[in-house]
Design a protein around this ligand. Structure first.
Ligand code: HEM
Length: 223
């Protein structure tokens, strides 16, 4: 029951951000969005063409990966439609590679300056490593390793959601502060806060699952 509710929360929140975050950028030009003060458009409107292109490649790749990833964790879907797991897995990989490379290229131009270069740059690198490791483990049929890397990959992909949730929390936590100043402060922090706790939680869950499995194996062996 708890697992199903958790999976639904992850799937719905991921789908909401995957659609809502890139949507404005796909419906109006960067200049028009900059004039409206939408998202980070003002920061990117004046950047070289290749940086602006990287922004679009990034948000589309990351959006597709975020939208499809939760499907991969449904045991029922995996059992009933194994082909869907295969196709969605490859699509996620095909989306993470350009999305992650573009994210890495964008990081030196981050609105958060050096903190963004470090935080988002490291996130992009780890994202690419996790995707490649999950894929390689699946190819050699090492399902345990595949599962572990897939959990880490999702924890990092979900940064797209946690970044926006943390921003709301950090903005609410600064009542009376000028909104621009409050946003800039919060944005500096989320460059790391958006993904480090996700990864720590993923490692904690993986370790507790491993020690639970060891206990079961130990109890079975001694019985
Ligand atoms: C998980 C790895 C990710 C990395 C490394 C990453 C990296 C970045 C970077 C460096 C920027 C530029 C922001 C700045 O100037 O500070 C950015 C912007 C953006 N990213 Fe990501 N991102 C990731 C995940 C996602 C996800 C899952 C989505 C969901 C669709 C997403 C959607 C966007 C959007 C829409 C922008 C434009 C800025 C805005 O208005 O929010 N990113 N990303």
């Amino acid at each position: 029951m708890k697992r199903t509710a958790g999976l639904w929360w992850l799937a719905l929140s991921a789908a909401a951000v995957a659609v809502y975050a890139p949507l404005p950028y796909l419906t109006a030009s960067l200049d028009a969005l900059a004039a409206d003060g939408t998202g980070l458009a003002g920061h990117y409107a004046g950047q070289p063409a290749w940086v602006r292109s990287a922004l679009y490649v990034h948000m589309i790749g990351a959006g597709v990966a975020l939208l499809l990833s939760p499907l991969q964790f449904s045991a029922r879907l995996r059992a009933r439609l194994p082909r869907l797991h295969w196709v969605a897995g490859r699509t996620v990989l095909a989306a993470v590679v350009p999305g992650g490379v573009a994210g890495l290229l964008l990081s030196p131009f981050s609105y958060a300056g050096l903190a963004g270069t470090a935080g988002f740059g490291l996130l992009a690198l780890l994202w690419l490593v996790a995707a490649a490791s999950a894929f390689r483990a699946a190819r050699r049929r090492d399902l345990r390793a595949h599962r572990r890397w897939a959990v880490r990959l999702f924890a990092l992909t979900y940064a797209g959601v946690t970044l926006r949730l943390w921003l709301i929390i950090l903005l609410v936590a600064q009542p009376g502060t000028d909104p621009g100043v409050a946003f800039d402060r919060a944005y500096l922090i989320v460059t790391f806060l958006s993904w480090v706790p996700n990864l720590l939680l993923a490692e904690f869950l993986l370790r507790s699952r491993r020690s639970a499995r060891r206990k079961v194996v130990g109890a079975t062996a001694s019985a």
